[in-house]
Ligand binder design. Sequence first.
Ligand code: SF4
Ligand code: SF4
Length: 523
Amino acid sequence: MRKLHHFHGGVHPPSNKAQSTLSAIAHAPLPSRLVVPLHQHAGEAAKPVVQAGDHVLKGQLIGMPDGFVSSAVHAPTSGIISAIDMQLIAHPSGLPNLCATLIPDGREEWVARKPVDYREHSSAELQHLLRMAGAVGLGGAGFPSDIKLRIGKQKIATLILNGAECEPYISCDDMLMRERAGEIVQGAEILRYMLDADEVLIGVEDNKPEAIAALQQAITASEPALQQNKRHEVVAIPTIYPGGGAKQLIRVITGLEVPSGKLPTDIGVQCFNVATAYTVYRALAHGEPLLSRVITITGNVRKAQNYEALIGTPITELVALAGALPDTSGYIMGGPMMGFPLPALDVPMVKATNCIISTSEKLFPSPPPAMPCIRCTRCVEACPADLQPQDLYWFAQSKEFGRAQKFSLFDCIECGACSYVCPSHIPLVQFFRFAKSEIRAREHDKQLADQARVRHEFHEQRIEREKREKAEKLTAREKSAQTAKLAGTQSLTPQQQAAQAELEAGRAHIIELAKSEVEQVKE
Ligand code: SF4
Ligand code: SF4
C-alpha cells in the first residue's frame, strides 16, 4: 500500500454529497436556446467565426482560439445562430461578455467527426487537436489543457488525476468516475503518453468507495491497452478539505512540496482533473469537441441530481429540472467554500460550471456581523497553504499590499478554510481576493504607464534624431554650395576675376548710396 503524506491544516465541513448521488447521471433535455460565451477559459477569448443567421452543425467551430493561451468554442447542437452579442454571463463581476446565441433545430446533426489513434501522433500534434477541440480543465479553473501539456524539456515522472472532489455538495466527478471510469482511464493513458510520464496516480477521497472500485476495475479491464511498464494506480486519500487542491493532492500522494511561486511541473508532476481526462478521451478517440459536461444541481431543491447538459444551457432551465423549493433565496455557482453567488439565473452554464447550489436561509443562514480579530490563530491552524491569514487580513484591510505580497498572499488558494473556522466570522477570503485584484490592477496600471513612458521616450528620441539629421543635411548642403562657389571663382581667368571684383565693388557702392539716401529721408 502506498505511503500517504499530510498537508498542513484543512477542515471537515459536512459533505452534503449523498443527496445528489442517489440517481444516475441524467441527460438534460435540449433547451430552446443556448448562449455560448466565447470566453470560457483562462487566457484570450475565442474569435467568432460565424455570423447571425448562419446555420451550424453540432460540433462546428464557432470560436477560433485567439492567442497562445486560448481555446476553441463549438456549437453544442445544430441550429441557427441568432445573435453574436454581449450577454450576461456567470461571473462574480456580473459583467456581460461576447456570446453566440444558438436556436437549436432539434435534429442534433453532427459535423464530420475525425477520431484519431493517439499513438500515431506526436504530443505536439495532439496538443493542437485538443486546442481545437476546446479541451479545458473542468475542475474549475478552465485552463486550456494543451498549455498544461506543453512541458518543453521538463521530465514528468508522475501524472496525477484529481478525483478528490473535496468541496461539499459537488458530486459530478464522483458520478463520472462511477459511470465512465473506462473512458477516464483511457484519457489518463493519452495524457500520460503526451507527457511521457512514468506513472498515473488517480487520487480519490476515501468517501467515494464506488468511484474507487469502478476506477480499479477499469484499470484492470484496460490493461491490454495501457503501456505495460507504466504504473496506473488509484490512490484513496483521506477526506479533508481542501484535499483536492493541486498542491495539497501532490503533497498527500507523493510527499513532494511544490515550492512557492513554482508549478507542479517544476518538480516533475502534472495534474489533471478526472473530467478533463474524460474530455481528452472523447476529443481524440471519438473526434468530439467539448460540447457538454456533467453538472450537479443541488441544495434547496426537490431532487438533487447530476445532469449531462450542453454548454450554453440557461441555468434557469437546469434548476427547473431539479425543482427549486419556494423558500430559495439565491444560487451559488461552484461549492459553498469556493463558489460565488450568481448575479442572475438567466445566465448560461459554461465549461467550468460543475455545480449549482440553490440556497435558503435554513441551509445557509446569513453569517452574523464580523467582529474584530481576537488573534486566536485558528485560521493559521486551518490554512493548507501554511500562511498567516490573520496577518494577511490586517495587510489587506489596511491596504498594505506590498507586505501582503511579502507574506505570500499569492500562495493563498482561496479555499475559504480560514473563514470557515474564524470565530469572529471575518470573511477573510474576500479580503484576500480584494487584495489580489488590487495588486493585479496596480501591476497592470504600472505596466501600462511603463509602456506609455517607453513610447514617449522613443518619440522624443525620434524628434531629436530628425532635428539632428536635418541640421547635418543643411550644413552639408551649405558646405557643398560654398565649395561650388569657390570652385566657380577659381575657374575664372585673371581678367574675368578683375571684372568680377569691379562688379562686386560697384554693387557695394550702390548699396551704400541707397542706405545714405534712406537716412536722409528719415532726417
Ligand atoms: S481565526 Fe479569525 S479571529 Fe482568529 S486569528 Fe484568525 S482572523 Fe483572527
Ligand atoms: S483561503 Fe487562503 S489563507 Fe485562507 S485558509 Fe485558504 S489558503 Fe489559507
